[in-house]
Design a protein around this ligand. Structure first.
Ligand code: NAD
Length: 495
């Protein structure tokens, strides 16, 4: 039986794309599962003029669009907890109207003063909102109640702006009250990294530089920039994907075993890992990171001719890089990462490549055998969830040859339908007050310090763009980056 949680949700940017497409359907799932029952209320707020009735109709549509039965009694009971208040977040005086509504709903639904403020809007407003929430008395002063602030990405565009934002938030909220969303941390197989590593002697005892040759993380997107061009062109793949999602995945792969499976212990280990990530000097940043921008093919325009992209844009739509940890566990074992738009396919995977046996006893000259393949553990994050372990075995015949075989575990289609959406999990975690799957400020700051150095070096030089063909796996330089180390990407086109 699910535990009922009690809270007032206040969604700033409550009429935005993210709220309608992800947040409200996720809340409905939590309602269906019993995590929300009668003691909750939702205030949607934005600049738009709407009344409760119109807002509820929009919620109904958002549920229907996400494939729910929006005309059921359950859905209409859920929707009856939604209220709307038009409000310009830059107008301090306006917050009193929100406060009045919040206090009224608190009494009506017996919410015990618990408040979740979800900022689903442009980050330039985050500081002002946080400040006014406190100064205008929207935060509950009941000492047994919670006040939690949920922040969407991006968290700054470099270390300095992120710190400025964090300083502004910290004036109103303590670190444990701030939940910085990184929706990759809500994905089933990203959460499974901890289970795989710390639940299996077989895995964790080999999880170090003695046995692992290299680790590869690939976040590949098939689509181009689509309608997000004006945001994306100011950001680029390094800021949009590497600083947050990739650094979070890498820190889960690299961290030491936490003392216990709690948010405090896990965060402490992630921070420790990020502190030992080598921040490159200029020469190493230039050698160990490559960038790309997609060109055109057939009807597909190049990036510079997408809508809302300047024709001389130098924004990267692809990044590949090598990360090195200076610690006992990982010294000498590189982590290769890559991400980009308009690539061959849409998927996220982690490939852990083990070292080959020190001696290949099958390579005897009388019976020439192909060299042993490396063992590879692949974590498939999406679109399919699962693991695959590549081992060497004897071919099933009278000769003695070895060949790579795979042990596969894929979450079956029926089961994966039950897998909660990342936003559902993350909203549930916020209700529970569990910060495990959110980025803490120290993690964010170390990630920015690393990424800023790459950016600084890139900004010194005009890139030769475009430099990769749509539907490829990026520029030739991404291949050279890994081949230079006598290695190759495990996922390649046509393998
Ligand atoms: P959106 O532009 O669709 O919605 C923005 C909302 O903010 C609207 O409700 C708008 O009315 C409101 N708003 C704007 N200015 C306001 C003001 N002065 N006062 C009050 N309300 C105001 O944006 P979105 O796509 O929903 O994204 C919201 C946030 O989530 C952004 O930080 C974005 O980077 C992040 N995000 C979005 C997605 C996504 O899939 N849409 C994914 C990841 C992160």
């Amino acid at each position: 039986m699910a535990t009922e949680r009690t809270a007032l949700f206040m969604f700033f940017g409550g009429t935005g794309d993210l709220a309608y497409r992800k947040l409200y359907p996720s809340l409905f799932n939590l309602y269906r599962k019993g995590n929300l029952r009668s003691h909750f209320a939702v205030i949607g707020t934005s600049r738009q003029t709407l009344d409760d009735e119109k807002f509820r109709a929009a919620i109904k549509k958002s549920l229907a669009d996400s494939g729910e039965r929006a005309d059921s009694k359950e859905a209409s009971d859920f929707i009856s907890h939604f209220y709307y208040q038009a409000h310009d977040v830059t107008d301090t005086a306006h917050y009193s109207v929100l406060k009045e509504l919040a206090d009224k709903l608190d009494k009506k639904y017996k919410l015990q003063g618990n408040r979740i403020f979800y900022l689903s809007m442009a980050p330039q407003f985050f500081g002002t909102i946080a400040q006014d929430l406190r100064s205008q008395g929207l935060m509950s002063d009941n000492k047994d109640a919670f006040n939690r602030l949920v922040i969407e990405k991006p968290f700054g565009r470099d270390f300095d702006s992120a710190k400025q934002l964090n300083d502004a938030l910290s004036k109103s909220f303590d670190e444990e009250q701030i939940f910085r969303i990184d929706h990759y941390l809500g994905k089933e197989m990203i959460q499974n990294i901890e289970a795989l590593r710390f639940g299996n002697t077989l895995v964790e005892s080999l999880w170090n530089n003695r046995y692992i040759d290299n680790i590869q993380v690939t976040l590949s997107e098939k689509l181009g920039v689509e309608e997000r061009a004006s945001y994306y062109d100011n950001s680029g793949a390094l800021r949009d994907m590497v600083q947050n999602h990739i650094m979070q995945i890498v820190s889960l792969l690299a961290m030491e075993q936490p003392v216990a499976f709690t948010d405090t212990d896990i965060r402490a280990e992630k921070v420790k890992a990020l502190r030992s990530l080598r921040v490159y000097n200029v020469a190493d940043a230039a050698t160990n990171f490559v960038r790309g921008q997609y060109g055109s093919i057939n009807d597909q325009a190049d990036y510079r001719h997408e809508d809302n992209v300047p024709h001389d844009s130098t924004t990267e739509t692809f990044v590949a890089g090598k990360l090195l940890f200076d610690n006992y566990r990982w010294s000498g074992t590189p982590f290769y990462i890559r991400t980009g738009k308009m690539l061959a396919d849409k998927f996220t995977r982690v490939d852990v490549v083990f070292k080959k046996p020190l001696v290949d006893i099958f390579a005897f000259p009388q019976a020439p055998n192909a060299p042993l393949a490396a063992n590879v553990l692949t974590i498939f994050v999406e679109p399919h969830a699962g693991f695959s372990l590549q081992l060497n075995a004897k071919t099933n015949d009278a000769t003695f040859q070895t060949e790579p075989i795979k042990l596969d575990y894929l979450v079956d289609a029926e089961k994966s339908k039950e897998t909660p959406e990342p936003y559902e999990r993350l909203l549930h975690d916020v209700m529970k007050g569990d910060g495990t799957n959110f980025s803490s400020w120290p993690e964010v700051s170390y990630a920015w310090k690393f990424v800023d150095q790459i950016r600084r070096v890139w900004d010194l030089q005009e890139p030769q763009f475009p430099n990769y063909t749509p539907h490829s796996m990026g520029p030739a330089a991404a291949e050279e980056l890994i081949q230079r180390d006598h290695r190759q990407w495990v996922y390649r086109l046509n393998n």
